[in-house]
Design a protein around this ligand. Structure first.
Ligand code: PHE
Length: 344
């Protein structure tokens, strides 16, 4: 092999066919073709012996040899380290404890809603969920809310665009009419869900919030049944020493109606700014289902009676977690949410 060009061509061929198959062989390859005393270097010097008109193409050829060696080295190094990784992963100790990772916790609203639902599920209530976009009949008419009732006012209710019929439900009581029209007594449901009212957003009020509704319909259901069930709920929710009181109230869909207060669980009824130094906190609205509602929904009011109750979830979350601004519950700021652990 006399002429330098041939030498370089042979070298390129040698590089192309060589196939180092482990780290050692690859290192030998590197030393031979790319190390400080590699065999390509002297070939650059050989340019002296090349005729002038071939010098340029000769230089390019030697460069190609160098590139071929570098490319081959890079490629093999990569594939060797990939197969090494595979080897190590097959040696993994699968019984070793994993890396600790952060687990989330329920949103305070979900936690409170779950807790309320759980308490009623324990005594035989089942969860009923239904639509948030509701028609006027299920939200108002069936619930004995007359046409001129202020709750229907455009200022309170979000109607869908250009509609006087479809709206965002203003209370979970719409689930009462949904369930009563689609199933037969006995009915024993708890309906947690989101509701909407056109309220000015402030620290105390929001245009979306959550309620939990309860409905029990059967033969001979009495006000005393309701009172005892709500007393059970209050003790489970706020502690076994909790007392309740029912104040007469008004809702279009219940008669008689009441609002329930519980002894203040913040100050133990000693008096604080939450209970406004009365020792009592209002937690829910309730009453005996108005016979007109039963009739509207196809249930015979002479045979059946029932009670219903409904409560706001945010207010309870604010009280239980001592949060002073309802808006925090909807901003989903992770720094805020991280502070809560489930309460059930
Ligand atoms: N729907 C009523 C409200 O939004 C609460 C309620 C429900 C009252 C069931 C009585 C019976 O305020």
């Amino acid at each position: 092999m006399s002429n330098p060009t041939e030498k370089v061509n042979a070298l390129i061929e040698e590089i192309n066919v060589s196939n180092p198959s482990d780290a050692n062989a690859l290192e030998q390859f590197r030393i031979k073709y790319l190390g400080s005393k590699n065999i390509i270097k002297p070939l650059f010097a050989e340019i002296r012996n090349v005729p002038n008109e071939e010098k340029k193409s000769y230089g390019q050829l030697v460069n190609r040899a160098k590139e071929a060696a570098q490319n081959k080295f890079d490629r093999l190094k990569l594939s060797l380290s990939a197969s090494n990784n595979n080897k190590t992963s097959s040696k993994l100790d699968l019984s070793a404890p994993g890396d600790p990772f952060k687990i989330g916790s329920p949103h305070p609203i979900t936690a409170v809603m779950n807790k309320i639902s759980d308490i009623f599920q324990r005594i035989g209530f089942t969860i009923a969920e239904n639509r948030e976009i509701e028609d006027d009949w299920h939200n108002f008419t069936a619930m004995n809310t007359p046409e001129d009732h202020p709750a229907r006012d455009m200022q309170d209710t979000f109607y869908l665009k250009d509609s006087t019929e479809m709206l965002l439900r203003t209370h979970t009581s719409s689930v009462q009419s949904r369930v009563m029209t689609s199933s037969k007594p006995p009915i024993r449901i708890i309906a947690p869900g989101r509701v909407y009212r056109n309220e000015t957003i402030s620290a105390r009020a929001h245009c979306q919030f959550h309620q939990v509704e309860g409905l029990y319909i059967d033969e001979n259901v009495s006000f005393a049944d309701m009172k005892q069930t709500l007393y059970y709920y209050a003790r489970e929710m706020y502690g076994e020493h909790t007392k309740i009181r029912l104040r007469p109230s008004y809702f279009p869909f219940t008669e008689p109606s009441a609002e329930m207060d519980v002894t203040c669980f913040i100050c133990d009824s000693k008096g604080c700014n939450v209970c406004k130094y009365t020792g009592w906190v209002e937690v829910l609205g309730c009453g005996m289902v108005d016979p007109a509602v039963l009739e509207n929904c196809g249930i015979d009011p002479d045979k059946y009676s029932g009670y219903a109750f409904g409560m706001g979830v945010e207010r309870q979350a604010l009280l239980l977690y001592k949060i002073n601004d309802i808006r925090l519950l909807f901003e989903n700021d992770i720094r805020f949410l991280q502070q809560f652990k489930s309460i059930i």
